[in-house]
Design a protein around this ligand. Structure first.
Ligand code: DMJ
Length: 934
């Protein structure tokens, strides 16, 4: 298979001496005889059906690209809910995510080669002219080096690659004279100052105009970068060098890769997530194949394919063996610690790892690719999209989904490798879900929360660069594409680079090859480069047989928690060590075990207990390891319980023309009024209250009678607003934030607390919208007058009535590995009682409260005290037997972890600063993940 996924070899550089086809054929034979499961193949898909789906992809691309060009261009991205361009500095900052935006018409550049793949040659020609005419690469803006490389440099090079291909064909682009390449070179030089470190690892950010060092640069003080950020440059930089003859780019990218390789953890052969660019020390020592590391591995293998340099394959294979040994727990891929690789670092997986099965196909290791892909597909079937992170028992951990393409990418590669029509059906489901849940009148909107179906005002450029390419190629036959895709390799952003670059301007690789690799020992590593024709000659059932045992892996899963550590010894009859969820501070036996594990328990004055682990005080190294695991479980459990105390977000869905249910806004719930999760959704037209703050009897009851009243936040309690609009006859209410510009994209949601008194008299549902989401409704009223919405726990399927539009870290950071760990075991969260002001902000840090919040005093009842200090739920067994807890947890996850007092293991009030600290930790972990990689 070529790097692009077809049926021939890896390209000229690699194989004369590589017996890869033999290896692959042998593997296939073993696999064929190893299985005897009787199973039926998925029905083949007819050519007509494939064409129909291909056309649907084209239509969807037109919808996304057309709206970007019409409403956003020349801005970097489209904001599909408000139907305008996202211009950095003009919108509230979203933090590191915005570092992809360099005021260089990002989406247009990222879409260039997609236009050619989708046969839109005329549009490509127009787009190239626009890039040459309009794009400025010299803006005073700080951008991510990684994102600029993969999206912009990659986009320009992909565009150039296909422009010269078209020119050679003699019909299109006859005027083209390497202008995109010149722009790419200009950009390449702009990125080079980032490499001015002793290590050769690039700074994570650079100012396009001022570089790194100048005072105006506003960057250059960072010390850390993610491994993928430093290790995902070689394809674009080498292509730039080989296209232009300027060797410096490839040299710099190689140097960064050499340094990362040197710094790998020598006993595990794994790399951490973040590294200090000056000292080379690992900053985060956890290791996986998802966020922060993913494309480092991808680029090692693809650099071998593109550049024909054996050292890259050797490195890749060394890492790959380590991944398969420590991280891969089919069908799961779980992060571990680089120094203690038998120890899981997390109990959740992130969505970025969905690219890995595709990479495994390229490597030729199909079985685990099929298994992981199948597991991911089941998660998707459950939530419509892959949540940004999900736990090992497949509950949602981070509910966003920014329309990431990785799963479509792996689906494409698996289809190419197996020819199994099952993967076409998977692609069909992806298309259906995108149209059903993400399509909005002005493009496709990212999912804010896959559980509620609410949207974010965001359509990332990678959606056009990657998603449509992989989906289109999945259904396309050779003759549907105007060039041979097998002649190209996909970058991590799915940009196409020609394989002939391997034989052009090769001098750099020779010069820089370290002596370590001059004498290659073939027995050290596999020479693999799969050829689908040899790998799966006559067995359409092969993939099906691997999937079969995993059929219900998600639905029937038992909560797994920490699954690996010492599982073996439990099976062999040894007593399992104490699990965090079983721990009782009053049980002397448990206290004894703690002591053995080097964990001491301190009773704090405020009633909390604190756990401290000193590994050196443990009775043995195994006990120390048990102690570490126990502490990690405790952190996990504690943060999970806090989350379970929160009401999940709700949805406001605009159901009237022209939205027809397609725009779904994330809303904060209220702690009073009917429970929207119990099928109590409310549908009605909206009307503004007078006074708008809803703090006194309404003067326009006739306007709100039978409608959903809009009120502004502030000046009185939420419950008071609810009562006033209820008295005026409203059937529901939406409170709109008075902090201009606030948005659920940038601020954590919170829930509206009662007023400390009995709120049973409030019978109408109330939801909260931040100002930006609120304006979408207010703008709709201005434009269409009659606006009908649905208040619910999750977006409802667009019913035929609405649908008549024409349509086609909570993570336990690795640093917890230190010899001493401290956990404050905090009692149950009941923030309603912890915060005095109008809005008890459950989820938001104090900064997000408006001044009004602190002015409004509320009666607060003391925190509820209960006596049980421990969890009273059953422990799932480690050997896979499910207990009743499965159902409980399943239900919790399906109802978005509805608050359940029984699952708390300690029932006293938790101090606000501790809750906020935990929240911040969670938010930081996620921000780190997002920062590491989008
Ligand atoms: C893309 O920009 C690239 O695929 C990158 O390597 C990872 N993340 C995004 C899409 O999710």
């Amino acid at each position: 298979m070529s790097a692009a996924g077809g049926g021939r070899d890896c390209g000229s550089p690699v194989p004369q001496r590589a017996p890869w086809s033999l290896v692959a054929a042998t593997a296939a034979l073993c696999l064929l005889s190893a299985t005897s499961v009787r199973t039926a193949a998925a029905a083949p898909m007819s050519r007509e059906e494939k064409q129909k789906l291909g056309n649907q992809v084209l239509e969807m691309f037109d919808h996304a690209y057309g709206n970007y060009m019409e409403h956003a261009y020349p801005a970097d991205e489209l904001m599909p809910l408000t139907c305008r361009g996202r211009v950095r500095g003009q919108e509230p900052s979203r933090g590191d995510v915005d570092d992809a935006l360099g005021k260089f018409s990002l989406t247009l550049i990222d879409s260039l080669d997609t236009l050619v793949v989708l046969n839109k040659t005329k549009e490509f020609e127009d787009a190239v002219r626009k890039v040459l005419r309009d794009v400025n690469l010299d803006n005073d803006v700080v951008v991510s080096v990684f994102e600029t490389n993969i999206r912009v440099l990659g986009g320009l090079l992909g565009g150039h690659s296909l422009a010269i291909m078209l020119k050679e064909k003699g019909e299109y682009m006859q005027w083209y004279n390497d202008e995109l390449l010149q722009m790419a070179k200009q950009l390449g030089y702009k990125l080079l100052p980032a490499f001015n470190t002793t290590s050769g690892l690039p700074y994570p950010r650079i100012n396009l105009k001022f570089g790194i060092r100048k005072p105006e640069a506003r960057t250059g003080t960072e010390t850390d970068t993610c491994t993928a950020c430093a290790g995902t440059l070689i394809l674009e930089f080498a292509a730039l060098s080989r296209f232009t003859g300027a060797t410096i780019f490839e040299e710099y990218a190689r140097k960064a890769l050499d340094f990362l390789w040197e710094k790998r953890q020598r006993s595990s052969n794994l790399v951490g997530v973040t590294i200090n660019i000056h000292t080379g020390d690992w900053v985060r020592k956890d290791s996986g194949v998802g966020a922060g590391i993913d494309s480092y591995y991808e680029y090692l293998l693809k650099a071998y394919v593109l550049l024909g340099d054996d050292s890259f394959l050797e490195r890749f294979n060394t890492h790959y063996n380590a991944i398969m040994r420590y991280i891969s727990q089919p069908p799961l891929l779980l992060d571990v610690h680089i120094h203690k690789p038998m120890l899981n670092a997390r109990t959740w997986m992130d969505a970025l790892l969905a690219f890995f099965p595709g990479l495994q196909v390229l490597k030729g290791d199909i079985r685990p690719a099929i298994e992981t892909h199948e597991m991911l597909y089941q998660v998707i079937k459950k939530h419509n999209f892959l949540p940004e992170a999900f736990t090992t028992d497949f509950r949602v951990h981070w509910a966003q989904h920014p329309l990431r393409p990785e799963f479509a990418e792996s689906t494409y590669f698996l289809y190419k490798a197996t020819g199994d029509p099952y993967y076409l059906e998977v692609g069909k489901t992806l298309i259906e879900n995108l149209n059903k849940y993400a399509r909005v009148p002005c493009g496709f909107a990212a999912m804010k929360d896959v559980r509620t179906g609410s949207h974010e005002d965001r359509m990332d450029s990678f959606f056009l660069a990657e998603m449509f390419k992989y989906l289109y190629l999945l259904f396309a036959d050779k003759e549907d594409i105007i060039f041979d895709i097998e002649d190209y390799i996909f970058t991590t952003e799915a940009h196409l680079l020609p394989l002939w670059l391997s034989t052009t301007n090769q001098s750099i690789s020779k010069k820089n090859t370290t002596s370590e690799y001059t004498e290659l020992d073939d027995s050290n590593f596999d020479w693999t480069c799969p050829n689908t024709q040899i790998l799966f000659p006559h067995d359409p059932l092969y993939a099906q047989r691997i999937r079969e045992p995993l059929k219900n892996v998600v639905d029937k899963s038992c909560p797994r928690g920490i699954i690996r550590v010492r599982e073996e010894s439990f099976r062999s009859g040894a007593k399992p060590p104490l699990r965090a969820r079983d721990f009782m501070a009053t049980n002397p036996e448990h206290l004894e075990i703690l002591k053995k594990m080097g964990v001491s328990l301190i009773h704090l004055k405020d009633g909390r207990v604190q756990l401290v682990q000193h590994a050196i005080q443990a009775a043995s190294s195994i006990d120390a390891e048990d102690g570490l695991r126990f502490m990690q479980e405790m952190i996990e459990l504690s943060s999970q319980q806090q989350k379970e105390q929160q009401l999940p977000p709700r949805a406001v869905q605009i159901v009237s023309h022209p939205f027809f249910g397609r725009v779904v806004l994330t809303a904060g719930p209220a702690q009073f009024g009917p429970d929207l999760s119990k099928h109590k959704e409310t549908r009605g037209f909206v009307a503004s209250s007078k006074p708008y703050n809803g703090c006194s009897e309404l003067t326009n009851p006739e306007a709100v009678m039978g409608k959903i009243a809009l009120v502004q936040r502030g000046q009185c309690m939420f419950a008071e607003k609810a009562r006033n609009i209820q008295n005026a006859g409203a059937i529901g209410g939406i409170v709109i934030d008075d902090n201009e510009g606030s948005s659920s994209d940038t601020a954590p949601l919170f829930q509206m607390a009662g007023d400390g008194k009995d709120t049973d008299d409030i019978r109408i549902p109330m939801l909260f919208l931040f100002s930006k989401e609120g304006s979408i409704i207010l703008d709709a009223i201005r434009e269409y007058e009659e606006v009908e919405v649905l208040l619910s726990d999750k977006a409802k399927d667009r019913d035929p009535e609405m649908d008549n539009e024409e349509q086609p870290s909570s993570e336990n950071d690795s640093q917890n590995q230190s010899a001493e760990q401290i956990i404050s075991i905090s009692p149950t969260v009941d923030l309603v009682d912890q915060e005095t002001p109008e809005e008890s902000s459950l989820n938001s840090p104090p900064e997000s409260l408006s001044p009004a919040d602190t002015e409004d005093a509320a009666d607060v009842s003391p925190p509820e005290q209960t006596s049980s200090p421990t969890a009273n739920h059953e422990t799932p067994s480690l050997d896979g037997e499910c207990t009743d807890l499965d159902n409980q947890l399943e239900e919790q996850s399906e109802t978005e972890e509805n608050s359940s007092p029984e699952v708390s293991w300690d029932k006293k009030a938790q101090p606000i600063d501790s809750i906020l600290a935990d929240w911040n930790e969670d938010i930081e972990a996620f921000e780190m993940m997002e920062k590491d990689e989008l």
